[in-house]
Design a binder for this molecule. Structure first.
Ligand SMILES: [Zn+2]
Length: 310
């Protein structure tokens, strides 16, 4: 089996491991990640290109060359990375073909909220709305406009620059803020303030092909069915995987793309991106003894939260 990441189902809003039966062969398949159950992942000694996305469903197409990437940090070959470049290149330098592709797909602009009032702006295609919001580990979201993908990317750039809102936040930052999350009411008040500022600015100063809208979502309870995840004082963080590593235990939660597993009294956070492209085995039994390397991530204690901002 080839590991292709964590996928949040757009309808059920539940997490799965995305994989193919062997590297770059056949269709995407999904292994359910069920909280409270045992989960064991064993990494085998082979890593291949993970292929590229094909809209509108954004499923992974097989790499044409099945490039072996063992011993390399990359998980895509240059050809597959180029195929995905529409999603990560700045909107100003997209090719006419990429712009036409985006113009044909409905997208939304949103603001995501993380711990300690940290926010980011983003765009998401209609076909994978919740998949995208949840894979980022957003605690809450407000969607403020819809339109074709190109117009929505331009708005993202405009608002990001005008209001100095980040377009990405790294996993270490998100995880280190895991015990500083807002309640649903606090999140709604905070995101509503951004909503008013942004939509006011767009309707006054911005011309383009879009419609304003408002949808608020609170996602925190989808990542775990226990508070354990949000009360960790430090996190044993696995962000690098070596062949022959294995992680396993009881599944405590899935926070975006990070899988939380408890073995005896130890909780580890495995960034699933470290596993991308590897051949692996998965099952629902308890492992003999996990074997992995980790770094410590500190989370500030609860009493240091600045609640005034809410
Ligand atoms: Zn490839």
């Amino acid at each position: 089996m080839q590991f292709l990441g964590v996928k949040w189902d757009n309808l059920s809003k539940k997490p799965f491991i995305k994989y193919k039966l062997s590297s770059n062969t056949g269709e995407e398949l999904y292994y359910p990640l069920i909280y409270g159950q045992y989960l064991s992942l064993k990494v085998l000694n082979c890593k291949n290109c993970i292929g590229y996305h094909v809209p509108p469903a954004y499923m992974k197409a097989n790499c044409k060359y099945n490039v072996n990437l063992s011993n390399q940090p990359a998980n895509q070959c240059s050809s597959c990375r180029f195929n995905d470049s529409t999603y990560f290149l700045p909107v100003d330098i997209l090719s006419p073909t990429q712009i036409e592709m985006l113009k044909g797909l409905k997208h939304y602009n949103y603001i995501n909220l993380f711990g300690d009032n940290l926010i980011k702006i983003g765009v998401v295609a209609d076909s994978r709305k919740f998949t995208r919001l949840l894979e980022q580990g957003a605690i809450a979201t407000i969607i403020f406009s819809s339109g074709d993908g190109y117009s929505i990317r331009k708005i993202e750039d405009y608002i990001s620059r005008a209001l100095n809102i980040k377009q990405s936040v790294n996993w270490k930052k998100k995880l280190s803020l895991l015990n500083k999350y807002a309640s649903i009411d606090q999140a709604e008040i905070l995101l509503n303030d951004y909503y008013k500022g942004i939509t006011g600015m767009l309707s006054k100063y911005y011309t383009g092909n879009f419609s304003l809208m408002k949808e608020f979502y609170f996602h925190k309870n989808l990542y775990s069915n226990t508070d354990e995840l949000y009360n960790l004082q430090e996190i044993k963080y696995v962000e690098k995987i070596s062949p022959e590593d294995n992680v396993g235990g009881q599944l405590i939660g899935v926070y975006g793309e990070v899988i939380f597993i408890k073995f005896e009294d130890i909780i580890i956070a495995v960034n699933s991106k470290a596993l991308l492209g590897y051949t692996f085995e998965v099952n629902d039994s308890l492992p003999q003894k996990p074997n992995y390397s980790y770094t410590y991530l500190n989370t500030k204690p609860l009493d240091q939260i600045n609640l005034q901002l809410f």
